[in-house]
Design a protein around this ligand. Structure first.
Ligand code: FAD
Ligand code: SIN
Length: 502
């Protein structure tokens, strides 16, 4: 079975749905698929908010946000992209206000921002942004949404991507042909044992793009979030904004320690805070440190951080009195499918947007809350580019780029839970907060000798290859065998199937 749409969007997070809305409004027919429920992705769980310089906060300046972004990116940001995205941010936020999102009028502070500039809806901003998008797309007749439908291979006709082969939860396989195919599949942090992301986010989009010949960039830059609370096995992120407001990290002896690691203490960049926590855990032989929020009363906490307060309360912690055990977990994938400002990859008909794309906005380290910003700004550029592209409607059929019979899809991997667990163990062991050549090589070797083929395994291998290439420490890539930055590595790590690596 196959069907034709103007655009096929793989992924229903804020990036994918925002784009679907814009294309459909302009009269395009759009097919959106999501691996599980349409709401399940990182977007729903975003807490802190959207970093933006706004007229509501006249003290703050665009130049300052640009400077903070470049400084976090440690020389690898594309300054033109940074300027373009950040200077378009407020206009795109206003669009969401127009859709009914009621942002709070005060701003949160997060690490390495020179001003309080994180615009939010309490501490559940992702949900608030997602809701009007879902309302909008679900009643738009130009949009078809298929939940529980996984893209298993892109379809290629000569040198162009012309759609994808999809598989439903019940095992039905069908093709969607499309003039434009857009990957909006999120990151791959769930390839780690400890992660803040929903478990379905194992980097499928990167594997699909790579198999179709698209270039991937900077996969070694994986951001770990310092403060994640584990209730049983389920991780729950405690937003950096609580540290921005005054919460303090303490070791198991209830001593604060961040000042010994960085002058910015709790508000140093995430890589520094995560490494400091790892070091403190090692020193104290504990597998957690504490986050102390007892400077606030229950009433204050309920007002300031209701989502976090109530989640922890349900787990038996009253944050106005109890110290909360936390530790770092894999959180955000900075690298991804290489695109330009219009979301175009190097393959005709194939685009990428949101966390699965690498545009050059984040460089070697993403400034906190610049990701939701990217998801609300980039769809405008991509939609304009698609709508301005001349294309003829054709039912060109394509061939899958992968051996879909041999490749295990996510659900099959899930059935073989052990396989995924092994990959998670390898990623955690070799590609954690600190890396070194011996460990990287030995883990890559383990991966290459595995018998199963899967997208997860491919993405893990490519991430290890990228990390081996970068023999320096920069941003959130810390090599204990090369602990300093090296100006010879002021370039991006590129991986492409035909070229492998260079
Ligand atoms: P996602 O929202 O992750 O959606 C990915 C989509 O792809 C899903 O619909 C999934 O089903 C689909 N998909 C994947 N593979 C396939 C496949 N093979 N076939 C079909 N569909 C597929 N950023 C900020 O800027 N500010 C914050 O405050 C913030 N807080 C965060 C808190 C948490 C707990 C987490 C996890 C992240 C946070 N982030 C934050 C990061 C930010 O939320 C994400 O980067 C962003 O939401 C990514 O959006 P996206 O649309 O690219 O992808
Ligand atoms: C947080 O709220 O701490 C997460 C923000 C982000 O990942 O940008």
């Amino acid at each position: 079975m196959s069907a034709y749409f103007d655009a096929l969007i793989i992924g229903s997070g804020i990036a994918g749905l925002n784009l679907a809305r814009k294309l459909a409004q302009a009269g395009q027919t759009v097919f959106v698929c999501s691996k599980e429920a349409v709401t399940e992705g990182s977007s729903k769980y975003a807490q802190g908010g959207v970093a933006v310089v706004s007229p509501w906060n006249p003290e703050d300046k665009l130049e300052s946000h640009i400077q903070d972004t470049l400084s976090a990116g440690k020389g690898l940001c594309d300054s033109k992209i940074v300027e373009t995205v950040l200077s378009n941010a407020w206009e795109r936020v206003e669009e969401f206000i127009g859709l009914g999102v009621k942002f709070d009028k005060d701003f949160y502070l997060e690490g390495s921002h020179s001003f309080k500039r994180v615009l939010h809806v309490a501490d559940a901003t992702g949900r608030a942004l997602l809701k009007p998008l879902l309302d909008n797309v679900s009643c738009n007749l130009n949009i078809a949404i298929s939940q529980g439908t996984e893209a298993i291979s892109l379809l290629k006709n000569e040198d162009a991507v012309v759609g994808a082969r999809l598989k439903t939860i019940s095992g039905e396989v069908f093709d969607i042909n499309a003039a434009q195919t857009i990957l909006a599949t999120g990151g791959f942090a769930s390839l780690y044992k400890d992660h803040t992301t929903p478990r379905i986010l194992t980097g499928d989009g990167l594997a699909l793009a790579y198999s179709a010949g698209a270039a991937l960039e900077n996969l070694e830059f994986i951001q770990f979030h310092p403060t994640v609370f584990f209730n049983g096995s389920k991780p729950f992120l405690i937003s950096e904004v609580v540290r921005g407001a005054g919460a303090v990290l303490k070791n198991i002896f209830k001593q604060s320690f961040m000042e010994a690691y960085d002058i910015k203490a709790e508000l140093a960049t995430r890589d520094i805070v995560s490494r400091a926590i790892a070091e403190e855990m090692k020193k104290t032989e504990a597998d957690y440190v504490y986050l102390d929020m007892t400077c606030w009363s229950k009433k204050d906490l309920e007002e300031k951080f209701p989502n976090i307060y109530h989640h922890c309360e349900l787990s038996g912690y009253d944050l106005s009195q109890d110290l909360l055990p936390v530790r770092p977990a894999a959180h955000y994938c900075i690298g991804g499918i290489k695109t330009d400002i219009h979301g175009r990859t190097n393959i005709k008909g194939l685009y990428a947007i949101g966390e699965c794309a690498y545009t050059g906005l984040h460089g070697a380290n993403r400034l906190a809350s610049n990701s939701l910003l990217e998801c609300i700004v980039m769809p405008e550029f991509l939609a304009n580019s698609i709508l301005g592209t001349e294309f003829t409607k054709s039912n060109k059929l394509g061939e899958p780029c992968e051996d879909v019979n041999a490749a295990l899809s996510y659900r099959e991997i899930k059935a073989e839970e052990e396989n995924l667990k092994n990959i998670q163990n390898i990623m955690t062991q070799g590609l954690g907060i600190e890396r070194n050549a011996n460990e990287l090589k030995s883990c890559l070797n383990d991966l290459k000798h595995r018998t199963e083929t899967s997208k997860a395994r491919l993405v893990a291998e490519l991430a290890f290859e990228s990390a081996l290439k970068r023999e320096e420490s920069r941003g959130c890539h810390f090599r204990s065998d090369f602990p300093k930055a090296n100006s010879n590595y002021m370039n991006n790590t590129l991986i492409q199937k035909s070229l492998k690596t260079h």
